[in-house]
Design a protein around this ligand. Sequence first.
Ligand SMILES: [Zn+2]
Ligand SMILES: [Zn+2]
Length: 210
Amino acid sequence: MPEELAREKFACPACGAEAIWNPAKQALVCPFCGTTSPAKLDTGTGGIIEHDLVTALRGITDDKRGWQTEKRYVKCQSCQAISVLDPQRQAQRCDFCGSAQLIPYEQTKDAFRPESLLPFKVTEDKARDGIRTWYGRLWLAPNKLKHSALTDTVKGIYLPYWTFDAKVDAAWTAEAGFYYYTTESYTDSSGRSQTRQIQHVRWESASGQL
Ligand SMILES: [Zn+2]
Ligand SMILES: [Zn+2]
């Protein structure tokens, strides 16, 4: 029963509540009683298994779908992003565009469960400090930006990523531009005759095979 194992692994050993990843301690910590869990995320291996895309899509079984814990989905009506939340978390704004127009979203089929994840390295406080320092270095940034609520609403989110290898045979055509120069005569401010180089672009059609 992988579901049972997964839940046991992340439960606080002191009170049984769900332990949460703490980037500063690089450990699972209970948000209720503060106990650091002896359970370790396996952060050492870092192995990546490559799958053949077609085989993987066809062969994905239902037990490899879903989150194995209760989740809530919301969809942003402004940017269409779908966010997956813990049921107790109330999302006020879209984490991607800041819009408050969030509506409940029904997943038609459970999502593929990620095989691996990169745990957070930086705490939310440190991320906010970093953003403030960055603002401070922006000379032309409007003052309002510095005081903007943005720094107080920074939240960590996990983003799904897929990488692909492809073997491609492609023919391409394009307009290629080449610089060329002409010499122009002009009269300078003290009335003397001068010459200067003027840059132009000559366009030619180009094509090739990659
Ligand atoms: Zn606890
Ligand atoms: Zn949005």
